[in-house]
Design a protein around this ligand. Sequence first.
Ligand code: AMP
Length: 328
Amino acid sequence: MEILYSATKPTGKLTLGNYLGAIKNWKEMQNNYNSIFAVADLHALTINIDSKELNDNIYTQFATFIAAGLDPDKSIIYCQSHVKEHAELAWIMNCLTYFGEASRMTQFKDHKAKDKVVSVGLFAYPMLMAGDILLYNTQVVPVGVDQMQHVEICRDIALRFNSRYGETFVIPRGIIPKVGAKIMGLQNPLKKMAKSEDNDNNVIYIEDDDDTIRKKFKRAVTDSLNRIKYCDEQPGVSNLLTIYSSINKISITDAEKHFEGKNYGALKTEVAECVIREISPIRERLQELKNNKPKIEELMKKGAEKASKIARETLNKVYAKIGLVINR
Ligand code: AMP
């Protein structure tokens, strides 16, 4: 089986977008790949985040992975900061990357344009991510379209290393999973449903209770065309159809057929109910786990031990190739 690596940043509470766009797919992928899933806590430090909030997010995100069905016996599930090799390889990656190529990363340019003040850490984010992927001899990296450029730079750095020092890194490929549509905001369906969101009604969080989910869908933006069709003119309705088809594992066409002749009220209610059916068992397991922090920490430790073993081996190989002396 090929090796797969994926991660989420604990910069906020996980959303329905994270679940349908990433975690739900991971659950299925772990049967077909040797999978490694990380809570990318070092990546979260690239933005200014409150320490208590970060700490909560790390526990919650890790517990959500487990509650959603990622299996620690099948896959390696761990926190990035527990494996110190990430920080070490990131430095090597920094030294192999040209300032010009890192400056071309669109995500960094977008942040810089928006936030004005950005950290060196944010600039170095793609190099940390390249190290994450390369440490585990990863072959496949499932990502959203927005992250593809970071997988490309990872490939470029790995190829550069291999040509300078000899075959060392496996060259990974990014894949955009076919299932796992992009979920948009409920109030602003032209913008991705994101963890960092000021308007609570725009986002469904995994931890939202059933009534909150119902209320948020009731308030979801539709339009006045009075037809249930997936098209550019109806981004709100299209988003609801996407959620429905993604949860029920049916095509958009079949979802449209299902709602033929029904009104927007029925659409919103049915979508809300299917989201509740999918998410509430996860939320319950999550609450149970969150009340048992020692259990979460035990699982974190187990994951980090497995991850560290592979990571150390790769890093020793890298250090030897570049001429550093390994301290055994
Ligand atoms: P992030 O929230 O940026 O840390 O992303 C973690 C993972 O969730 C990535 O694989 C994203 O592509 C995915 N993701 C985040 N938001 C959405 C969304 N609204 N729709 C689909 N996938 C998403």
